[in-house]
Design a protein around this ligand. Structure first.
Ligand code: HEM
Ligand SMILES: Nc1nc2c(c(=O)[nH]1)N[C@H]1C(S)=C(S)[C@@H](COP(=O)(O)O)O[C@H]1N2
Ligand SMILES: [Mo]
Length: 311
């Protein structure tokens, strides 16, 4: 029983972590199923709370202080789940971070602790682990997750986008990590020069991975108008910021992307990327490079970059 509970717990936490990270990678289109599965995985923990607390209480009595990492892991996971639920129930900011920001931070902090915890007592798998009985027990844990998720969405769940984000009336000035608004942006993409080119407008949502979205009208110049002819052999285009922040887009994925100078008819404010920032409909906020100084065609493939920005 103990061994099976621990295996199930490790599996559920692995699925929750993987779907959580995936939820930030996929765009609006495919997010719904990943985000939903993530919530269900989180709720599936409910089925394991009781058996695991018995194991934990026995373990602490036996091990004393060497049980500390396990207790820390339990606290991190419990706090992360509480903040995830607070976000899903509609809580925005919680001090310096959003509820979702705390949720993600605590969950990522738990990963090395979980690795150490499992490493120090590797689970033993047995032939019987792949029987029909084991499969049915796993299905029961998953069913608890799905049922609890459905019940939550009918009662406490706030209205939110397919990505899980909560609606805001206007975008919140946001840095991916610690980028700051530059004092002056030396760029060839000035409002004046861009204003002389054919104009495009798009209404779409800026959806930040910290858990909010805002739908606005963005206008400026479409990338396909700005770069009508890419050099032969171009596979991607790197969009760079005055701050060094950059994202690379596939050469065939540029349709719909706008180098915007205005939001809702008003010139961009410095904190929102003036004089020009990228608007990438359907992609999460970290693709919307602010303070653009360079758009550089390259022969590198689009995947030749870290999946998330590092600055
Ligand atoms: C220990 C691992 C984790 C557990 C147990 C967990 C559990 C949960 C729970 C219970 C919720 C609220 C329920 C719901 O939204 O349906 C939630 C929401 C969320 N979590 Fe996690 N999570 C974990 C790790 C992560 C990670 C690593 C990320 C991202 C890097 C993440 C991203 C999200 C997002 C985007 C939501 C909002 C989804 C929504 O509003 O529907 N989670 N999580
Ligand atoms: N140069 C630069 N551009 C950036 C960021 C950044 O940190 N540096 N953050 C991104 C993230 S995570 C989001 S959600 C949006 C936020 O845009 P806003 O500040 O106009 O709301 O900008 C994106 N563009
Ligand atoms: Mo963001």
């Amino acid at each position: 029983m103990t061994r099976r509970t621990n295996l199930a717990l490790a599996a559920v936490l692995a699925v929750a972590t993987a779907t959580g990270v995936a939820a930030l990678l996929v765009g609006e289109g495919r997010a719904a199923v990943v985000v939903w599965a993530h919530g269900a995985a989180g709720f599936a923990l409910l089925a394991l709370v009781r058996p695991k607390s018995r194991i934990a209480v026995r373990g602490v009595a036996r091990r004393g202080r060497t049980a500390a990492p396990g207790i820390l892991l339990g606290l991190l996971v419990a706090a992360s789940v509480a903040l995830g639920l607070a976000h899903a129930a509609g809580t925005g900011a919680f001090g310096p971070l959003t509820a979702l920001g705390w949720h993600i931070g605590l969950a990522l902090a738990a990963v090395p602790v979980a690795a150490a915890h499992v490493w120090s007592r590797p689970p033993r798998t047995r032939a019987g682990d792949l029987t029909r009985g084991a499969f049915l027990r796993a299905a029961a844990v998953a069913a608890v997750g799905v049922a609890a998720k459905l019940a939550f969405e009918r009662t406490l769940g706030a209205s939110r986008a397919a990505t899980g984000s909560l609606r805001r009336a206007a975008p919140v000035p946001t840095a991916w990590l610690d980028d700051t608004t530059p004092r002056a942006v030396a760029t060839r993409f000035t409002a004046e020069r861009l204003g002389a080119l054919p104009q495009t407008a798009v209404v779409c949502a800026l959806d930040c991975t910290s858990g909010w979205y805002s739908t606005n009208r963005w206008s400026g110049v479409a990338l396909v108008d700005l770069l009508p002819r890419l050099p032969p052999g171009t596979r991607s285009v790197e969009v760079r910021s005055a701050t060094g922040y950059a994202r690379r887009f596939g050469a065939s994925d540029l349709d719909g992307i706008v180098l915007a100078t205005h939001m809702d008819g008003v010139p961009l404010l410095p904190e929102h990327g003036a004089p020009a920032r990228l608007v990438a409909p359907g992609r999460r906020g970290y693709w919307w490079v602010k303070w653009v100084t360079d758009i550089a065609p390259s022969e590198l493939p689009a995947w030749a970059q870290p999946p998330f920005p590092l600055t």
